[in-house]
Every structure is written in structure tokens, then in C-alpha cells.
Design a protein around this ligand. Structure first.
Ligand code: 5GP
Ligand code: MN
Length: 324
């Protein structure tokens, strides 16, 4: 099925002239890397390309070539519309309604296949990996700008090549991207381990409130924490990765209060535990090892409801893994 989708996508990319490319709200490195990777490859081959996103490009990704071309509005016509790294249209923000999507390229197992042509590869570590594998097959050059964008996507979704879904192929692909001009140490520094002073200060609040119950570890970041630290984003500043460093943590959860009355939840799990199922119960989604959702309500109440379901799920997955 995917081979057919791959062929159809190659034909569409070659034959059409005007493209609309989009990725998900609250974009992570893979979202921006995939958008820029495909967008710049098409632009450099002479196509007209609109890259859009219903959010500003996060500061840490603005060093990438072409980042300034990403807009928050659609201007004019296009022939082919493409979503990248996006599991369902609700993740497109204001662009989620009224647009017919031709092509959907993604690696989320929870992707509902909303486009005419869907290339969904859950075993890929990043959507950027799918693009890096296919761009030259589809007949496009991987320039330095494209290589940097795609390697950034792969690096961030694998947290620097260390998630459990890593394969040797991914390292070979990364080497190819380096040969094409990608600067691994710079991408690694800027997008994997460096954080702003304010981000690390906000971690302090989150860490001081950390709790656990058996293999479940969690914390929350409030609007007040964000204000006190002077952190400009609305995300957890990758605080979730600190919790996953705890050796007994089977599932880690971070709750981030949002100024608009919502609460962003992030889950991470060790192999054998699938948090995408819990996230789906709350209207979110993601991968077995990393999932998220956005809920509406009071943070303390949501926290209790989510933790209860998460704890039950952990017990169930552990029972199943003992029985199998
Ligand atoms: P994070 O916790 O880093 O925001 O997200 C982890 C994974 O879950 C990512 O792959 C992301 O795309 C997915 N994810 C996060 N939030 C949502 C959401 O609200 N809905 C869906 N469907 N997926 C999400
Ligand atoms: Mn991704």
C-alpha cells in the first residue's frame, strides 16, 4: 500500500507546479524539519511553494535556512496540498477546516489517513526520515538547506539518536545527510541539548513538584511557573525528557497549564508500554513511546483524571507483558 502511495506522491511532486505544505500546531523539530526539508527541495527545483503553519516558528528553529519563508496565512492558489507529521486535521489549527488534503506524509501510528494519498510509516523515527529516504527517489536534490532541515527533524524526534525505535538505517541516512552538508554538531547543540536560562529555571519549578506512584512519575508546570521563569513558550521546554531519565520511570507525564484555560499533557513510556492508547482516550495521539493531548479544564482535576487512567493502563500493559 505504501509503495503505491510513494509512487503517486513522486508523480504529484514532479508534475504539479504550485504546492501548499503544512505541519501541526505547537510544532516540534520534526514538524519544522519536515516542512522545510520538503519545502526547500521543491523550491530549489523551481516549484512555487507556500509553507504555512498556524503558530509562529519556535525561536530555536529560526536558524534554519528558509525558516523565514514559513507563513501563518495562505496566499493565492495551489494545485497540491500536503500535510507533514500531522496525525489528524484537528492538529492543523485554523487550517483544519475547509481545505481538501491531497497528500499526508507522517509516521504517527494514530494517523487516521485523512488525505487522498496517505504515506504513513509508523516504523520511521521521524517524518523527516521518510522524506530523507524518498526525496532522491522522487527526483529531488538534497541541498545543504534540505539536509540540515531533515537531519534536525530526525535528531529531535530521536532525542539525539537515543530513542528505542532507533535503527542502524537511520544512522546511515544521517551520514548521507552530513555528506550533503548537514552540520550535526550545530544541530545537536541548538536543537537537542542547549536550553535557554529561562527554560532551565522553569524546570526547577517542575522538578520541585515531581511525584511518583510505582512506575509512574509526573509533574506539572503552571502559568505562574512560566511567568516567574520568564519562559516565552507555552510548552514544557522538554522537561518531559528529564523525567524519562529516572531509572524506575515506566511512564512519565508532564502537565503544562496554558494561558487559554487548556492543559497540555505529554506522556513518555519505556518499550512494552503504549501511551498513545491513553492519549487517544483523551482526544490526543502520538506514538507508543511518546504521546500528547490538549485538554480543557482545571489543571488539578485533569491531572487526577489523567493519572488514574494512565496508572490503570500501565498496570494492564505490565500484566500483558508478563503473560506474553
Ligand atoms: P509531545 O508530548 O512532545 O507534545 O508529543 C509527543 C507526541 O504526541 C508527538 O509525536 C506529537 O505529535 C503527539 N501529540 C502531541 N500532542 C498531541 C495532540 O494533541 N493530538 C495528537 N493527535 N497528537 C499529539
Ligand atoms: Mn514526528
Amino acid at each position: 500500500m505504501n509503495d503505491h502511495a510513494r509512487t503517486l506522491i513522486g508523480q504529484a511532486l514532479q508534475q504539479a507546479e504550485r504546492f501548499l505544505l503544512i505541519t501541526h500546531i505547537r510544532p516540534d523539530g520534526d514538524a519544522i524539519g519536515s516542512l522545510l526539508g520538503l519545502g526547500m527541495a521543491l523550491l530549489e527545483s523551481g516549484k512555487a511553494v507556500q509553507m504555512v503553519l498556524d503558530d509562529p516558528v519556535p525561536l530555536q528553529f529560526r536558524h534554519l535556512e528558509g525558516a523565514e519563508l514559513i507563513k501563518r496565512a495562505i496566499q493565492g492558489d495551489f494545485d497540491v496540498s500536503i500535510t507533514l507529521d500531522c496525525s489528524d486535521v484537528s492538529r492543523l489549527g485554523k487550517f483544519g477546516e475547509g481545505i481538501e488534503w491531497h497528500i499526508n506524509i507522517d509516521h504517527h501510528i494514530t494517523n487516521d489517513g485523512f488525505a487522498k494519498i496517505n504515506l504513513i510509516e509508523p516504523e520511521a523515527v521521524a517524518t523527516a526520515e521518510i522524506l530523507a529516504t524518498n526525496l532522491d527517489i522522487w527526483g529531488f536534490q538534497v541541498s545543504k538547506a534540505v539536509a540540515n532541515a531533515l537531519l534536525m527533524g530526525i535528531l529531535t524526534d530521536t532525542i539525539g539518536f537515543r530513542t528505542y525505535n532507533m535503527r542502524s538505517d537511520v544512522l546511515r541516512l544521517a551520514a548521507k545527510l552530513m555528506d550533503a552538508g548537514a552540520n550535526l554538531p550545530v544541530l545537536y547543540a541548538r536543537n537537542v541539548y542547549q536550553k535557554s536560562f529561562e527554560a532551565v529555571k522553569m524546570w526547577g519549578s517542575g522538578l520541585s513538584r515531581m511525584q511518583r506512584r510505582d512506575g509512574l512519575v509526573w509533574t506539572m508546570i503552571t502559568n505562574q511557573d512560566r511567568l516567574m521563569a520568564g519562559y516565552p513558550g507555552k510548552d514544557d521546554a522538554d522537561m518531559i525528557n528529564l523525567l524519562t531519565a529516572i531509572e524506575d520511570a515506566k511512564i512519565s507525564v508532564v502537565f503544562v497549564e496554558q494561558p487559554n484555560g487548556k492543559v497540555k499533557v505529554s506522556w513518555r513510556a519505556v518499550p512494552g508500554v503504549d501511551v498513545s492508547q491513553v492519549a487517544s482516550q483523551f482526544g490526543g495521539g502520538g506514538h507508543p513511546a511518546a504521546a500528547g493531548a490538549e485538554l480543557t479544564g482545571e489543571i488539578q482535576e485533569l491531572c487526577e483524571a489523567v493519572l488514574e487512567k494512565t496508572y490503570l493502563h500501565l498496570r494492564e500493559d505490565q500484566r500483558n507483558s508478563k503473560n506474553s
